[in-house]
Design a protein around this ligand. Sequence first.
Ligand SMILES: C[S@@+](CC[C@H](N)C(=O)[O-])C[C@H]1O[C@@H](n2cnc3c(N)ncnc32)[C@H](O)[C@@H]1O
Length: 216
Amino acid sequence: MSPEKTSPVVALEDRKREAAKLYSPSAARNREPVRAVLAERLPERARILEIGSGTGEHGEACCAARPDIRWQLTEIDPDSLASCAARAEETDGLLAPLSVDAGAPDWARGIDPVDALVSLNVIHIAPWRVAEGLAESAASLLRENGFVFLYGPFLDGDATAPSNLEFDASLKSRNPEWGVRPINTVTDLFARHGLTLTERIEMPANNLSLIFRSAA
Ligand SMILES: C[S@@+](CC[C@H](N)C(=O)[O-])C[C@H]1O[C@@H](n2cnc3c(N)ncnc32)[C@H](O)[C@@H]1O
């Protein structure tokens, strides 16, 4: 197998390093818009589970803005896990990362229910099985009134931004299992697991925030 297929997936960007902590240029750009959307939807003392936390900067920014919340970091990549651990040590409310492969069967077993299951810029840069893993586990992980929050680029038929079509082609040329996901395919996947798309929020740089809640 080629190294691209066997190595864990990491971000396609030049992350800066300071001891164990990594700094993501894209997280620096999008953490404020993401924080704003999330913070106003999280209940008091919300518990959040993030899948594919990367450098840990999103959780750090949200915990700084909302000292009442508890944010559980997770990652699959060792360098990212170390970065998340370093941030968790110095940020109130940010919980030391769990090693989680969201594409593995039963990955959520043993994890306590949460108010929000969050995954930012992950499902296009991971096999489709990861999106399926999120959807399969979401219903059992979410507390009453809980929600799934996905952020990133999506394909939207004729309305797809040209930059997202180019990004899709470039992802697929690196790994045929990756790709910008069609919004309808993602919505159908979550619907099969009892979760309805309740909010679609336009974000900077042709990204979207998608919020799914229990259909019940
Ligand atoms: C583009 S980065 C985004 C990181 C972070 N969420 C952010 O927005 O800055 C994608 C992340 O997904 C993680 N990832 C990829 N496959 C995964 C899997 N199967 N389970 C959990 N995380 C995964 C990678 O290690 C990587 O850190």
